[in-house]
Design a protein around this ligand. Structure first.
Ligand SMILES: *[C@@H]1O[C@H](CO)[C@@H](O)[C@H](O)[C@H]1NC(C)=O
Ligand SMILES: *[C@@H]1O[C@H](CO)[C@@H](O)[C@H](O)[C@H]1NC(C)=O
Ligand SMILES: *[C@@H]1O[C@H](CO)[C@@H](O)[C@H](O)[C@H]1NC(C)=O
Ligand SMILES: *[C@@H]1O[C@H](CO)[C@@H](O)[C@H](O)[C@H]1NC(C)=O
Ligand SMILES: *[C@@H]1O[C@H](CO)[C@@H](O)[C@H](O)[C@H]1NC(C)=O
Ligand SMILES: *[C@@H]1O[C@H](CO)[C@@H](O)[C@H](O)[C@H]1NC(C)=O
Ligand SMILES: *[C@@H]1O[C@H](CO)[C@@H](O)[C@H](O)[C@H]1NC(C)=O
Length: 437
């Protein structure tokens, strides 16, 4: 009797322990659905609860994607339809009984989250790796979020040649921002602003592995090792050598941040998700080209990026660097009493820009460069550097201060705005070409 009770207790306990240790079945069956604000029904979690697939706050509504759910500060690691407008709280995500994963938000049309699955979905699963996967009826994976990185890569995710990550607008707005990181077919991993050709003049960081052949991949291991493998599996570059905590107490995430720098982060799950930067592509916050938008240039102030407008320009949107700068005066305000327009040349010293010169004036002095621009009605700005003068049209792009560079940006400006200061220093030129009209 004692023996039987004992056996019963053992069975009871082992069953109980088994039930606790057993991960939740994370299989998402057909007919399942989520809504943004229903408690416990806004995301499908991975077995340990570390990652979730579902709704996250975006703008004045919600976006859909994968996020770190197991830490207090939710971090979005993958985004579906990132540039679609946010959906309201009445939206729902449905894995339909006929095998489609769709976002419903009437009166808008349904949006397919899994767009390229040629077969019907039989089930889906949010894995503990952060990969959201979709199965067919043979339990083969037919689609996975790891195949379509947005801003970030996680352990086990290896973007291959041709793939590109895009920064977000900000930490809280997951729409596509203004920087990209591309794994090129020439073996080089390169950062560029968006909407530029993949050519050297636009790049602001590279792994310097060009010529290493096609099919190079970027890899992240569970000890923070961030490296590149060539097509035959040789390590051709360590970006970060790793060797950190490789237990499941710590996870690593590589992300191209909205400031254009890509960083490797660690999250200490045993310390309330404490996040640290363990590697970054640069410590120069002004390196990302285009951070300051048009007609602005980046100045490093105590290791933080600060944007300054060209002389005669003001921010388009105060406090938003990306929006750039525009002339802050009208042609009317430039008119002098006799109705003619007067302008002067103002300078931004030690600044470098994209060179979009349309005409070069050789072996000149700074004054001759000023004059060459004054006298050319098409000239809105000029670059003067070491006896070389190039006339430019606005807007100027990719500007930054570089104290080691003697390049000077010369800007044709309305004379009135700086009249008092410039009267003594600069010649005043009467308009002959109605420059501002
Ligand atoms: C989870 O659910 C799926 C679908 O019902 C089933 O096939 C699978 O065996 C379950 N897995 C476990 C571990 O219970
Ligand atoms: C790269 O990978 C693709 C697809 O796996 C393959 O077809 C191609 O031959 C590979 N190229 C090289 C140079 O290894
Ligand atoms: C990969 O790198 C190894 C070591 O540098 C080299 O021997 C091999 O030829 C490379 N593979 C390709 C496809 O370039
Ligand atoms: C971490 O690993 C330990 C030992 O392998 C395991 O008991 C624990 O459940 C794991 N924790 C998570 C969050 O996966
Ligand atoms: C997070 O970790 C850093 C360094 O590892 C430490 O200085 C900091 O105090 C930690 N913060 C919290 C909230 O634990
Ligand atoms: C800044 O301005 C740009 C361009 O006008 C816009 O796309 C972006 O959303 C703005 N950023 C913020 C944080 O408001
Ligand atoms: C243009 O900007 C300058 C510098 O910010 C300022 O001093 C000036 O008053 C502005 N002019 C106009 C017309 O807003």
């Amino acid at each position: 009797m004692v023996a039987i009770s004992f056996l019963f207790l053992v069975c009871f306990f082992s069953f109980h322990l088994h039930a606790v240790a057993q991960p939740r079945n994370s299989t998402i069956r057909l007919g399942s659905s989520l809504t943004p604000t229903t408690t416990g029904k806004s995301a499908w979690l991975s077995p340990s609860g570390l990652y979730g697939f579902g709704f996250y706050p975006q703008g004045n509504g919600y976006g859909v994607g994968v996020f770190l759910a197991g830490v207090p500060q939710r971090t979005v690691v993958w985004t579906a339809n990132r540039d679609a407008p946010p959906v309201p709280r009445t939206a729902s995500l449905v894995l339909t009984t006929d095998g489609r994963l769709i976002l419903q938000s009437p009166p808008r049309r349904d949006v397919y989250i899994v767009t390229d699955a040629s077969q019907k979905i039989a089930a889906a699963s949010m894995l503990d790796t952060g990969n959201f996967v979709v199965f067919n009826s043979d339990e083969d994976i037919i689609w996975q979020s790891f195949q379509y990185p947005t801003t970030s890569i996680l352990q086990g995710q290896h973007p291959s040649a041709g793939m590109e990550l895009f920064s977000s607008v900000s930490e809280t707005d997951q729409s596509t921002g203004i920087f990209r990181l591309k794994m090129q077919h020439d073996g080089n991993l390169v950062q560029y602003p968006v909407d530029t050709p993949d050519t050297a003049p636009y790049s602001y960081w590279s792994s310097i592995t060009d010529g290493k052949g096609d099919n190079v991949s970027l890899n992240l291991d569970n000890d923070g090792h961030l490296y590149m493998l060539n097509s035959t599996g040789f390590n051709i570059k360590d970006l970060n050598t790793g060797g950190y905590d490789d237990t499941n107490r710590t996870i690593y995430l590589m992300k191209i941040d909205s400031d254009g720098i890509f960083r490797l982060y660690s999250y200490r799950l045993d310390r309330n998700g404490n996040r640290s930067v363990i590697w970054s592509s640069t410590s120069d916050k002004c390196a990302p080209k285009g951070l300051c938008g048009l007609n602005g240039y980046c100045v490093d102030v105590d290791r933080e990026a600060n944007c300054i407008c060209l002389p005669g320009f003001a921010p388009v949107i105060e406090g938003n660097f990306t929006a750039g700068c525009e002339r802050n005066f009208s042609s009317d305000s430039c008119k002098s009493d006799d109705g003619t327009i007067q302008y002067t040349i103002q300078a931004a010293e030690s600044t470098v820009w994209e060179d979009n010169g349309y005409s070069e004036v050789t072996s000149t002095t700074r004054e001759e460069c000023d004059t060459a621009c004054y006298e050319d009605c098409n000239c809105e700005a000029a670059m003067f550097n070491d006896g070389k003068c190039t006339k430019q049209r606005l807007p100027l792009r990719y500007g930054r201060r570089d104290l080691s560079n003697s390049n000077i940006a010369l800007i044709k400006s309305c004379f009135q705005i700086q009249k008092v200061f410039y009267r003594q220093q600069h010649k005043i030129v009467r308009d002959r070409c109605s420059y501002f009209v």
